[in-house]
Unconditional design. Structure first.
Length: 311
């Protein structure tokens, strides 16, 4: 009976350990800036994204101009030309990369905040849209607005552009994750559980210790071998899934990203999908290696305890 309880406890300890590793990765991605910046930061060097952002921001900024319908026909082309040129110039400046990283940070923060609101029951009506991330363009819009204001002043159109400073909350949906594949409530629950990864790790350690004490000195080898094998199998499964997802995202990135906001969605959405999978690969590798190491220690204990035959 002690052996059965020891086996059950070590399996529980192994599952909790893998859950703690996964929770750590998810919580770090949600709460710290560096992982998201590693994923999306390189997009700042992609000229296709800059062109798409320039077109989208200039159009969206013009949409925010108060009483646009009342602008004289002779003035409207000047304003459109000023918006297009100013935004393009702003996104070509060295400050673009910093504004892009701020955009990545704001996107992550607002997405996590929406999921937390879903988990708290504060978004019952709009929970469906909370599952999908949206690229928050306010930092880039502010950069473009500053240049647009300068250009508009030269054309005598400054008063038309100045009110836009209060209307820069512009976003573009990224289509990931697909709400048809995962419900926002599921994502909110995963985020909440991931934040408890430290408790999962502590519970895993306690369960492993209890299993070793129950097994006794002679049986501890197979407890370690069993626990390590379970961890290794779960790690190998996670590695296969993450590698497959990363390869699929990389293959889809070779197709034509389209135009306008669709291009932004395609470029950033694919980068997110591939980057998230690639973030999981090292954690899965370390889990696999750690499991194999623990199992090997268990086997080594068995070999060392085996009596040496004498002739």
């Amino acid at each position: 009976m002690r052996a059965i309880w020891a086996a059950l406890l070590v399996v529980v300890a192994a599952v909790l350990a893998v859950g703690a590793v996964a929770g750590f990765g998810i919580d770090r991605l949600a709460r710290t800036a560096e992982p998201a910046r590693q994923i999306a930061g390189p997009l700042a060097e992609d000229p296709r994204l800059r062109d798409a952002l320039s077109a989208e921001l200039s159009a969206r900024l013009l949409e925010q101009v108060p009483d646009r319908a009342g602008i004289p026909a002779v003035v409207a082309p000047l304003l459109e030309r000023a918006a297009s040129g100013a935004v393009s110039a702003a996104l070509a400046e060295p400050g673009f990369r910093g504004a892009w990283l701020e955009t990545v940070d704001l996107t992550r923060e607002r997405y996590v905040a929406r999921l937390e609101a879903v988990g708290a029951g504060d978004m019952p009506g709009g929970a469906g849209s909370a599952a999908t991330a949206a690229l928050e363009l306010r930092p880039l819009a502010a950069l473009g607005h500053a240049r647009l204001q300068e250009a508009a002043d030269r054309f005598g159109l400054g008063p038309l552009v100045e009110p836009l400073g209060d209307r820069l909350d512009i976003s573009v949906g990224l289509g990931v994750p697909d709400p048809a594949d995962v419900a926002p409530e599921t994502l909110a629950a995963a985020l909440r559980l991931a934040a408890q990864w430290g408790w999962w790790a502590a519970a895993s350690a306690l369960a492993a210790l209890a299993s070793l004490l129950l097994a006794g000195a002679r049986a501890r080898w197979w407890v370690l071998a069993l626990g390590g094998t379970v961890v290794a199998v779960l790690g190998a499964t996670a590695l296969a899934l993450a590698s497959r997802a990363a390869s699929g995202a990389a293959r889809s990135g070779a197709s034509d990203p389209g135009e306008g906001s669709g291009r932004i969605e395609a470029l950033v959405g694919r980068a997110l999908a591939e980057g998230l999978a690639n973030q999981a690969v090292p954690l899965a590798w370390w889990t696999l290696v750690a499991g194999c190491a623990v199992a090997a220690i268990g086997v080594a204990l068995r070999v060392l305890r085996r009596p040496v035959a004498t002739g």
